[in-house]
Design a protein around this ligand. Structure first.
Ligand code: FES
Length: 275
Protein backbone atom coordinates (compact mmCIF):
# COMPACT_ATOMS: atom_id res chain seq x y z
CA UNK A 1 0.00 0.00 0.00
CA UNK A 2 1.34 3.40 -0.89
CA UNK A 3 2.25 5.54 2.15
CA UNK A 4 3.32 8.70 0.39
CA UNK A 5 6.93 8.32 1.64
CA UNK A 6 8.12 6.18 -1.26
CA UNK A 7 11.12 7.42 -3.25
CA UNK A 8 9.87 9.31 -6.27
CA UNK A 9 10.97 8.00 -9.63
CA UNK A 10 13.16 10.63 -11.22
CA UNK A 11 12.95 11.52 -14.87
CA UNK A 12 15.14 9.26 -16.91
CA UNK A 13 15.77 6.92 -13.96
CA UNK A 14 16.60 3.32 -14.79
CA UNK A 15 16.17 0.05 -12.97
CA UNK A 16 14.32 -0.25 -9.67
CA UNK A 17 13.70 3.50 -9.40
CA UNK A 18 12.15 3.84 -12.84
CA UNK A 19 8.57 5.00 -13.20
CA UNK A 20 7.35 1.62 -14.32
CA UNK A 21 8.55 -0.24 -11.19
CA UNK A 22 6.70 -0.54 -7.89
CA UNK A 23 7.75 2.22 -5.48
CA UNK A 24 8.94 0.17 -2.51
CA UNK A 25 10.94 2.17 0.06
CA UNK A 26 12.78 -0.83 1.55
CA UNK A 27 15.83 -1.96 -0.38
CA UNK A 28 14.65 -5.54 0.05
CA UNK A 29 12.23 -7.65 2.05
CA UNK A 30 14.47 -10.66 2.45
CA UNK A 31 15.09 -11.99 5.95
CA UNK A 32 17.75 -14.59 5.12
CA UNK A 33 21.50 -13.98 4.93
CA UNK A 34 21.33 -13.04 1.25
CA UNK A 35 24.70 -11.28 1.40
CA UNK A 36 26.56 -14.50 2.17
CA UNK A 37 26.65 -15.85 -1.41
CA UNK A 38 27.88 -12.62 -3.08
CA UNK A 39 30.43 -12.08 -0.28
CA UNK A 40 31.79 -15.63 -0.64
CA UNK A 41 31.85 -15.25 -4.42
CA UNK A 42 33.76 -11.98 -4.23
CA UNK A 43 36.25 -13.47 -1.76
CA UNK A 44 36.83 -16.55 -3.95
CA UNK A 45 37.28 -14.55 -7.15
CA UNK A 46 39.51 -12.01 -5.42
CA UNK A 47 41.75 -14.81 -4.10
CA UNK A 48 42.07 -16.24 -7.60
CA UNK A 49 42.82 -12.84 -9.13
CA UNK A 50 45.59 -12.21 -6.59
CA UNK A 51 47.09 -15.66 -7.04
CA UNK A 52 46.93 -15.72 -10.85
CA UNK A 53 48.33 -12.18 -11.13
CA UNK A 54 51.26 -13.11 -8.90
CA UNK A 55 51.95 -16.26 -10.91
CA UNK A 56 51.54 -14.61 -14.29
CA UNK A 57 54.11 -11.94 -13.43
CA UNK A 58 56.38 -14.27 -11.43
CA UNK A 59 57.88 -15.51 -14.70
CA UNK A 60 59.71 -18.42 -13.09
CA UNK A 61 59.12 -21.84 -11.54
CA UNK A 62 56.58 -22.95 -14.11
CA UNK A 63 58.43 -25.87 -15.62
CA UNK A 64 59.78 -29.02 -14.09
CA UNK A 65 60.07 -31.88 -16.57
CA UNK A 66 57.74 -33.34 -17.60
CA UNK A 67 55.27 -30.81 -16.16
CA UNK A 68 54.56 -27.33 -17.49
CA UNK A 69 52.17 -25.08 -15.62
CA UNK A 70 48.78 -24.56 -17.31
CA UNK A 71 49.29 -20.81 -16.77
CA UNK A 72 52.31 -20.92 -19.08
CA UNK A 73 51.12 -23.32 -21.75
CA UNK A 74 51.46 -23.18 -24.68
CA UNK A 75 54.78 -21.35 -24.55
CA UNK A 76 54.65 -18.79 -27.32
CA UNK A 77 58.00 -16.99 -26.98
CA UNK A 78 61.70 -17.80 -26.86
CA UNK A 79 62.05 -16.83 -23.24
CA UNK A 80 59.99 -19.78 -21.97
CA UNK A 81 61.83 -22.04 -19.57
CA UNK A 82 60.11 -25.03 -21.09
CA UNK A 83 61.14 -23.94 -24.60
CA UNK A 84 64.43 -25.77 -24.23
CA UNK A 85 62.96 -29.16 -23.44
CA UNK A 86 59.20 -29.21 -23.42
CA UNK A 87 56.21 -28.57 -25.64
CA UNK A 88 56.26 -25.18 -27.37
CA UNK A 89 54.84 -23.06 -30.15
CA UNK A 90 57.43 -20.37 -30.81
CA UNK A 91 55.15 -17.76 -32.36
CA UNK A 92 56.63 -14.59 -30.88
CA UNK A 93 60.34 -15.38 -31.11
CA UNK A 94 62.97 -13.58 -29.06
CA UNK A 95 61.61 -10.00 -28.99
CA UNK A 96 59.10 -10.78 -26.24
CA UNK A 97 60.75 -9.97 -22.92
CA UNK A 98 57.90 -10.13 -20.44
CA UNK A 99 56.40 -13.16 -18.76
CA UNK A 100 55.23 -15.62 -21.44
CA UNK A 101 52.11 -16.29 -19.35
CA UNK A 102 50.82 -12.86 -20.37
CA UNK A 103 50.64 -14.03 -23.99
CA UNK A 104 48.39 -16.97 -23.31
CA UNK A 105 46.35 -16.13 -20.22
CA UNK A 106 44.27 -13.61 -22.13
CA UNK A 107 42.37 -16.48 -23.77
CA UNK A 108 41.29 -18.54 -20.75
CA UNK A 109 40.88 -15.29 -18.81
CA UNK A 110 38.67 -13.75 -21.50
CA UNK A 111 36.68 -16.98 -21.66
CA UNK A 112 35.98 -16.88 -17.92
CA UNK A 113 35.52 -13.12 -17.76
CA UNK A 114 32.78 -13.20 -20.39
CA UNK A 115 31.23 -16.48 -19.16
CA UNK A 116 27.53 -16.15 -18.40
CA UNK A 117 27.97 -17.61 -14.94
CA UNK A 118 31.00 -15.52 -13.99
CA UNK A 119 29.25 -12.40 -15.23
CA UNK A 120 26.45 -13.03 -12.80
CA UNK A 121 28.98 -13.85 -10.09
CA UNK A 122 31.11 -10.73 -10.36
CA UNK A 123 28.25 -8.38 -11.15
CA UNK A 124 26.77 -9.47 -7.83
CA UNK A 125 29.98 -9.94 -5.85
CA UNK A 126 31.91 -6.83 -6.91
CA UNK A 127 29.36 -4.40 -8.32
CA UNK A 128 26.24 -5.29 -6.33
CA UNK A 129 24.36 -5.05 -9.58
CA UNK A 130 22.17 -6.44 -8.16
CA UNK A 131 23.76 -8.00 -5.05
CA UNK A 132 21.15 -10.79 -4.90
CA UNK A 133 17.70 -11.77 -6.11
CA UNK A 134 15.02 -9.33 -4.95
CA UNK A 135 17.59 -6.92 -3.47
CA UNK A 136 17.67 -3.52 -5.11
CA UNK A 137 21.00 -2.43 -6.46
CA UNK A 138 22.52 0.81 -5.17
CA UNK A 139 23.17 2.25 -8.64
CA UNK A 140 20.85 4.86 -10.07
CA UNK A 141 21.33 3.71 -13.63
CA UNK A 142 21.05 0.35 -15.23
CA UNK A 143 21.81 -0.15 -18.88
CA UNK A 144 22.53 -3.85 -18.77
CA UNK A 145 25.03 -4.99 -21.34
CA UNK A 146 23.78 -2.73 -24.11
CA UNK A 147 26.63 -0.19 -24.00
CA UNK A 148 30.39 -0.06 -24.02
CA UNK A 149 32.25 -1.66 -22.31
CA UNK A 150 29.79 -4.36 -21.21
CA UNK A 151 28.50 -4.86 -24.72
CA UNK A 152 31.86 -6.54 -25.34
CA UNK A 153 30.59 -9.44 -23.23
CA UNK A 154 28.91 -10.57 -26.43
CA UNK A 155 32.22 -11.84 -27.78
CA UNK A 156 32.01 -14.76 -25.38
CA UNK A 157 31.36 -17.19 -28.22
CA UNK A 158 34.70 -16.25 -29.80
CA UNK A 159 36.50 -16.82 -26.54
CA UNK A 160 34.88 -20.24 -26.53
CA UNK A 161 36.46 -20.90 -29.93
CA UNK A 162 39.83 -19.88 -28.45
CA UNK A 163 39.32 -21.90 -25.26
CA UNK A 164 38.90 -25.18 -27.16
CA UNK A 165 42.44 -25.25 -28.66
CA UNK A 166 43.88 -24.09 -25.33
CA UNK A 167 42.15 -27.05 -23.65
CA UNK A 168 43.52 -29.25 -26.44
CA UNK A 169 47.07 -28.05 -25.70
CA UNK A 170 46.60 -28.69 -21.97
CA UNK A 171 45.45 -32.20 -22.94
CA UNK A 172 48.69 -32.60 -24.89
CA UNK A 173 50.65 -31.43 -21.83
CA UNK A 174 48.81 -34.03 -19.76
CA UNK A 175 49.73 -36.78 -22.22
CA UNK A 176 53.37 -35.64 -22.05
CA UNK A 177 53.25 -35.94 -18.26
CA UNK A 178 53.34 -39.72 -18.83
CA UNK A 179 57.02 -39.23 -19.71
CA UNK A 180 59.70 -38.99 -17.05
CA UNK A 181 62.23 -36.21 -16.59
CA UNK A 182 64.41 -37.82 -19.31
CA UNK A 183 61.46 -37.82 -21.72
CA UNK A 184 61.03 -41.59 -21.60
CA UNK A 185 57.45 -42.85 -21.75
CA UNK A 186 55.94 -45.00 -19.01
CA UNK A 187 55.98 -42.57 -16.08
CA UNK A 188 53.23 -41.59 -13.72
CA UNK A 189 53.73 -39.23 -10.83
CA UNK A 190 51.39 -37.41 -8.49
CA UNK A 191 51.63 -34.53 -10.96
CA UNK A 192 50.27 -36.76 -13.74
CA UNK A 193 47.16 -37.44 -11.64
CA UNK A 194 46.77 -33.75 -10.81
CA UNK A 195 47.04 -32.91 -14.51
CA UNK A 196 44.51 -35.62 -15.41
CA UNK A 197 41.97 -34.30 -12.90
CA UNK A 198 42.59 -30.74 -14.01
CA UNK A 199 42.18 -31.40 -17.72
CA UNK A 200 39.00 -33.40 -17.10
CA UNK A 201 37.52 -30.46 -15.19
CA UNK A 202 38.75 -27.95 -17.80
CA UNK A 203 37.01 -29.90 -20.57
CA UNK A 204 33.86 -30.37 -18.50
CA UNK A 205 33.71 -26.62 -17.84
CA UNK A 206 34.50 -25.73 -21.47
CA UNK A 207 31.91 -28.10 -22.93
CA UNK A 208 29.28 -27.03 -20.41
CA UNK A 209 29.47 -23.48 -21.82
CA UNK A 210 26.15 -21.95 -22.90
CA UNK A 211 27.70 -20.92 -26.22
CA UNK A 212 28.85 -24.49 -26.79
CA UNK A 213 25.32 -25.72 -26.12
CA UNK A 214 23.97 -23.27 -28.66
CA UNK A 215 26.64 -24.15 -31.23
CA UNK A 216 25.86 -27.85 -30.83
CA UNK A 217 22.07 -27.74 -30.80
CA UNK A 218 20.94 -24.18 -31.38
CA UNK A 219 18.96 -23.10 -34.43
CA UNK A 220 17.87 -26.66 -35.21
CA UNK A 221 14.19 -26.84 -35.97
CA UNK A 222 13.93 -30.62 -35.92
CA UNK A 223 16.10 -32.63 -33.58
CA UNK A 224 14.71 -35.77 -35.22
CA UNK A 225 16.61 -34.88 -38.39
CA UNK A 226 19.90 -34.42 -36.53
CA UNK A 227 20.20 -37.40 -34.19
CA UNK A 228 23.96 -37.03 -33.63
CA UNK A 229 23.70 -33.35 -32.75
CA UNK A 230 20.72 -34.14 -30.57
CA UNK A 231 22.76 -36.64 -28.56
CA UNK A 232 25.64 -34.20 -28.29
CA UNK A 233 23.24 -31.46 -27.24
CA UNK A 234 21.83 -33.73 -24.53
CA UNK A 235 25.31 -34.41 -23.24
CA UNK A 236 26.27 -30.73 -23.25
CA UNK A 237 22.93 -29.86 -21.61
CA UNK A 238 23.64 -32.25 -18.75
CA UNK A 239 27.01 -30.61 -18.21
CA UNK A 240 25.44 -27.20 -18.64
CA UNK A 241 23.15 -27.84 -15.66
CA UNK A 242 26.32 -27.95 -13.53
CA UNK A 243 28.04 -25.01 -15.18
CA UNK A 244 28.41 -23.01 -11.97
CA UNK A 245 29.92 -25.95 -10.10
CA UNK A 246 32.25 -26.72 -12.99
CA UNK A 247 33.28 -23.07 -13.20
CA UNK A 248 34.45 -23.17 -9.58
CA UNK A 249 36.07 -26.59 -9.43
CA UNK A 250 37.97 -26.02 -12.68
CA UNK A 251 39.11 -22.62 -11.40
CA UNK A 252 40.47 -24.24 -8.24
CA UNK A 253 41.98 -27.19 -10.11
CA UNK A 254 43.87 -25.02 -12.61
CA UNK A 255 45.30 -22.95 -9.75
CA UNK A 256 46.26 -26.13 -7.85
CA UNK A 257 47.92 -27.63 -10.94
CA UNK A 258 49.93 -24.44 -11.37
CA UNK A 259 50.84 -24.36 -7.67
CA UNK A 260 51.97 -27.98 -7.80
CA UNK A 261 54.35 -27.19 -10.67
CA UNK A 262 55.55 -24.17 -8.71
CA UNK A 263 56.39 -26.40 -5.73
CA UNK A 264 58.31 -28.81 -7.95
CA UNK A 265 60.12 -26.17 -9.96
CA UNK A 266 61.11 -24.14 -6.92
CA UNK A 267 62.53 -27.24 -5.25
CA UNK A 268 60.06 -27.18 -2.37
CA UNK A 269 58.69 -30.62 -3.17
CA UNK A 270 59.62 -33.77 -5.11
CA UNK A 271 57.05 -35.39 -7.34
CA UNK A 272 56.16 -38.81 -5.84
CA UNK A 273 56.48 -41.36 -8.61
CA UNK A 274 53.83 -44.08 -8.85
CA UNK A 275 55.60 -46.03 -11.62
FE1 FES B 1 30.30 -20.01 -18.99
FE2 FES B 1 30.44 -20.09 -21.71
S1 FES B 1 28.79 -19.54 -20.45
S2 FES B 1 31.96 -20.60 -20.24
Amino acid sequence: MATGTEPKPSAGAYGVRSATRAAIPARHLRTDRWWLAPAATAAGLFAFIVYSTWRAFWNADYYDAPYVSPFYSPCLADNCESMRNGPNLDVFGSWWGLSPALLILIFPLGFRLTCYYYRKAYYRGFWASPPACAVAEPHKKYTGETRFPLILQNIHRYFFYAAVPVAGILTYDTVLSFRDEHYEWGHMGLGTIIFLVNITLIWAYTLSCHSCRHIVGGRLKHFSKHPVRYRMWNLVSRLNERHMLLAWVSLVSVALADFYVYLLASGAFDDPRLF
